[in-house]
Design a protein around this ligand. Structure first.
Ligand SMILES: Cc1cc2nc3c(=O)[nH]c(=O)nc-3n(C[C@H](O)[C@H](O)[C@H](O)COP(=O)(O)OP(=O)(O)OC[C@H]3O[C@@H](n4cnc5c(N)ncnc54)[C@H](O)[C@@H]3O)c2cc1C
Length: 379
């Protein structure tokens, strides 16, 4: 697909690919199986500009576009989907709303450290009773004097354990659901703010997923992000971009499944010949490749629309839906091609399979993506 990319985008892709092969690939499996956060790799990613690719240099970003971001998340996720989501959640779900909806003062205060990777960000929309129904937020924010006082708990915050800057959504007009929520920026050290349960997960175990507990947590009045009671819009616009990050993560997992399967099919001998000689194996590989190409083009198209400033919610949902289902499809076939060995930890394909599943769930399940797409079609 390189003919669709600019020279600068190809250079970025090659640079990230080399970084991922040299630094991420050797430790990815061990880190993931041991639930270990790759702190040194994230620090280096920050030094390379990967924590702020698509943001202006005036705030400390790399000044590149969203296609470059998509390519970088795919290259990283090719070797480690956990590292892919650490970068994606930080960049799409925290840097993006601060850049897009923040006041100049908020941008100056938070973006330089976030975009350079000196600080990690985490985004919290989900609660126990507010998953797909994300407007059903029970966490409250009340203005008392010149402080917002936050109470409640949020669930499943990616990067929750390491983050120092949190963007979260709370109800400012209880009972008004989506019309009564607002977004806030919270610093980790704020009294009344703490991390609760850390989830034990099926996959992407190098990235943390945590509960966040707010008990009379007081933040300055100026930490409201965007307009009062417009937090649902902040979240939905943020998730459009986030879905491209997850689509790119899924592309990385799909490509890893294909590349590992091609290699294995050429090496594995059965019936006195490589299994790559069997048409059954060849056709699985062909189907995997076609599906990956289709998902890549959908993701590229939606990213291109974002770069062009065109409304792309439907296209982002389509890219995320397709790429996540393709990641599952390819990882499943990869295990099939590896036979019994694919079911063991001796090969990476079992990790791809575990990692692929989450891409169908977070930042809106596949059912919610179908809802977004069909609503656009029917409006
Ligand atoms: C590892 C991990 C990381 C995460 N990271 C973050 C994060 O950083 N920040 C954050 O805010 N959240 C995060 N989440 C939360 C994630 O976005 C939610 O889990 C997801 O949106 C689904 O919500 P739920 O789990 O409550 O499922 P539910 O909403 O309870 O859904 C259960 C089932 O019902 C279906 N369903 C629900 N409503 C409808 C409908 N209207 N039409 C059709 N089907 C429907 C769903 O598709 C699903 O199959 C993370 C979750 C995980 C597991």
């Amino acid at each position: 697909m390189e003919f669709l990319l600019t020279e600068e985008q190809v250079m970025l892709k090659d640079m990230v690919s080399k970084f991922a092969k040299d630094r991420i690939a050797p430790v990815a499996s061990d880190n993931e199986r041991n639930h270990r956060y790759p702190a040194d790799i994230i620090k280096e990613a920050g030094e390379l500009g990967l924590m702020g690719i698509a943001y202006p240099t005036e705030y400390g970003g790399a000044g590149m576009d969203y296609i470059s971001y998509m390519l970088a998340v795919e290259e990283v996720s090719r070797w480690c989907a956990s590292t892919g989501v650490i970068i994606s959640a930080h960049s799409s779900l925290v840097c993006d709303p601060i850049y897009r909806f923040g006041t100049e003062q908020q941008k100056q205060k938070y973006l330089p450290d976030l975009l350079s990777g000196k600080k990690i960000g985490s985004f919290s929309l989900t609660e126990a009773g507010a998953g797909s129904d994300s407007g059903a937020t029970k966490t409250t924010a009340k203005l008392v004097g010149d402080k917002w006082v936050l109470n409640g708990s949020k669930l499943f915050a990616t990067n929750g354990q390491e983050a120092e800057v949190f963007v979260l959504v709370a109800s400012t007009e209880p009972g008004q659901k989506t019309r009564g929520v607002s977004a806030f920026i919270v610093d980790r050290e704020t009294p009344g703010y703490r991390i609760g349960k850390v989830e034990r997960k099926l996959g992407i175990r190098s990235s943390s997923t945590t509960e966040i507990i707010l008990e009379n947590c007081e933040i300055p009045k100026e930490n409201l992000l965007g307009d009062l009671n417009k937090g649902f819009k902040v979240s939905m616009v943020t998730l459009d971009g986030g879905r491209l990050g997850i689509a790119s993560q899924a592309l990385g997992i799909a490509r890893a499944s294909i590349e590992d399967s091609v290699k294995y099919a050429k090496e594995r001998q059965q019936f006195d010949a490589p299994i790559a000689n069997l048409q059954a194996i060849q056709f699985m590989l062909a189907d995997m490749w076609v599906e990956y190409q289709a998902a890549w083009l959908l993701t590229w198209r939606a990213s291109k629309m974002k770069d062009a400033g065109i409304v792309y919610s439907q296209e982002a949902a389509a890219a995320k839906l397709k790429a996540s289902e393709v990641a599952m499809f390819c990882a499943n076939k990869a295990i099939q091609i590896h036979g019994g060995y694919g079911y063991t930890e001796d090969f990476n394909v079992e990790r791809y399979y575990r990692d692929a599943k989450i891409t169908e769930i977070y930042e809106g399940t596949s059912e919610i993506q179908r809802l977004v797409i069909s609503r656009s079609l029917l409006q």
